[in-house]
Design a protein around this ligand. Structure first.
Ligand code: GLN
Length: 480
């Protein structure tokens, strides 16, 4: 079946005319139609068919680029010209973007086929995809469970093979955690590797886009196209983009893996721990050396992140005022009433909670005690990694303390924040991180996290690919 092919295989199939982009696209659109996971906010069938026909004509002329004709699902946080871009919020339910994000442009330039926009936690705030205005997404392995968040729609779409690849964004784990909970491969690159232009901002110093795919090889293929400097994003790195597919086959012999002792303490589910330890022993069998390391400040990552991220979000989300974009309340009495009611009615509870925390922590008198302090802790978290990467090449550990939990089961926001314990430090330090399928706890998938030094995406992809050559977890499927 076409939907069981990887992107690498679909590229070959298109080149050899085994199937057309239109056939491939129609196949996925039918699967989306039949899907009950609520993974998409918008399905753009008509545009997809036009793009697929265009791709077929380019393929037949022999002018194709590497990804021409490959369908994908786009997280609904990336602006798409002429198409609704909601960020999972009522605030932007009626927002039709007048321009494309740089990432959208890059995928369009390849003549890829966008199937639609995926569901997500409102403004990417969440770890379960239960904060979406458009309802929760279901985990394809067990529809009573969450898919993880905030890129839950993207993860569920790839896992259930209703899209071969999806874009995601990761501010504190939103690519890696849903990838882990849905059993797919998710890569959050180094901060600055992919342009943030046209990616609706949550916390600008942490936000980073990345690919969500089934395999590491596919992830490398996609990162080749996503990465690169952009003059429209002053925080994107002016650094050349290597061919990420070139070094996938290097041996793991001599690779030094750091295991942070803080990541294997109480709070980690036993089933998850078992899977992670087995995966690490597989690396030892491949010739890698495992060294215990310490990230002593990682316990402070949650409080530091949950100050820095809300501060940046309270500033970023001030633009939604009922005047310029999106939702406006009915019959405002005066300007204050317009602001107050548009924001009260347009934002969901979690977003409001974060705006309030951020506005409080940034206010005069509290700034030094909270924001400045959190920034200092952020520096300490970074320095822990700096020390560790003098000793080891890659850090490995769990992605999430448990496998997917029941929809509706985590009611208290702070308990939800605790789910981010192993992912947040990576964003605070701006490092690249990956989640790869490593096994199961019960009937639910569990990811292994790989964390590298800045700009070590090639090494992470290489290590992930080698693991996938030796194991079959990435091929496990919740659907036929
Ligand atoms: N769960 C984290 C949060 O709610 C991370 C979200 C993300 O990476 N976008 O902030």
């Amino acid at each position: 079946m076409m939907h069981n092919l990887t992107i690498a295989e679909q590229i070959k199939g298109l080149k050899n005319r085994e199937f057309s982009s239109l056939e491939l696209t129609q196949h996925y659109l039918n699967r989306i139609d039949d899907s009950k996971l609520n993974a998409f906010i918008s399905v753009t069938s008509e545009q997809a068919i036009t793009q697929a026909k265009m791709a077929d004509s380019i393929l037949s002329k022999g002018n194709a680029l590497s990804l021409t004709g490959i369908p994908y699902a786009h997280k609904d946080i990336f602006c798409t010209k002429g198409i609704k871009t909601s960020a999972g919020s009522k605030m932007l339910d009626s927002f039709i973007s007048p321009y494309d994000a740089t990432l959208t442009e890059k995928l369009n330039y390849q003549n890829m086929v966008m199937l639609g926009k995926t569901n997500m936690d409102e403004f990417a705030m969440g770890s379960s995809n239960e904060n979406s205005y458009y309802g929760s997404v279901k985990n394809p392995w067990d529809t009573k469970k969450v898919p993880g968040g905030s890129s839950g729609g993207s993860a569920a779409a790839v896992a259930s093979r209703i899209s071969p690849f999806a874009t995601g964004t990761d501010t504190g784990g939103s690519i890696r955690q849903p990838a882990s909970l849905c059993g797919i491969t998710g890569l959050k690159p180094t901060y600055g590797r992919i342009s943030r232009y046209g990616m609706i901002a949550y916390a600008s110093s942490l936000d980073q886009a990345g690919p969500m795919t089934r395999t590491a090889e596919d992830s490398a293929i996609i990162l080749n196209v996503m990465a690169g400097f952009d003059t429209k994003d002053s925080t994107s790195a002016n650094k050349s983009v290597p061919d990420y597919t070139q070094n996938l086959s290097k041996s793991m012999k001599g690779l030094k893996i750091g295991l942070p002792k803080e990541y294997f303490s109480e709070g980690l589910d036993k089933g998850v721990e078992k899977v992670v330890m087995k995966a690490i022993s597989d690396y030892e069998t491949m010739g890698a050396e495992v060294i215990e390391v310490s990230l002593p400040n990682s316990i402070h990552a949650i409080p530091a992140y949950y100050i820095v991220a809300p501060c940046e979000c309270s500033s970023n989300l001030s633009r939604f005022d009922g005047v310029r974009y999106g939702f406006r309340c009915d019959d405002p009495r005066d300007l204050n009433d317009l602001y107050l009611r548009s924001r009260s009615e347009g934002f969901g509870n979690e977003v409001k909670r974060r705006i309030m925390i951020g506005a409080y922590a940034l206010s005069a008198g509290y700034y030094d005690a909270y924001y400045l302090k959190a920034q200092k802790v952020r520096k300490l978290v970074s320095e822990d990694f700096k020390k560790v990467f003098k000793e080891v090449d890659v850090v490995m550990g769990p992605v999430s303390p448990s496998a997917a939990f029941d929809l509706g089961s985590v009611k208290d926001p702070v308990s939800m924040y605790l789910a981010d314990i192993y992912t947040l430090s990576v964003n605070l330090a701006g490092l690249p991180g990956m989640s790869i399928p490593a096994g199961f706890s019960g009937n639910l998938p569990v990811g292994l996290q790989l964390i590298g030094n800045h700009w070590s995406e090639e090494l992470l992809l290489n290590a992930a690919h080698q693991f996938q050559l030796k194991t079959d977890w990435h091929n496990a499927s919740p659907v036929d």
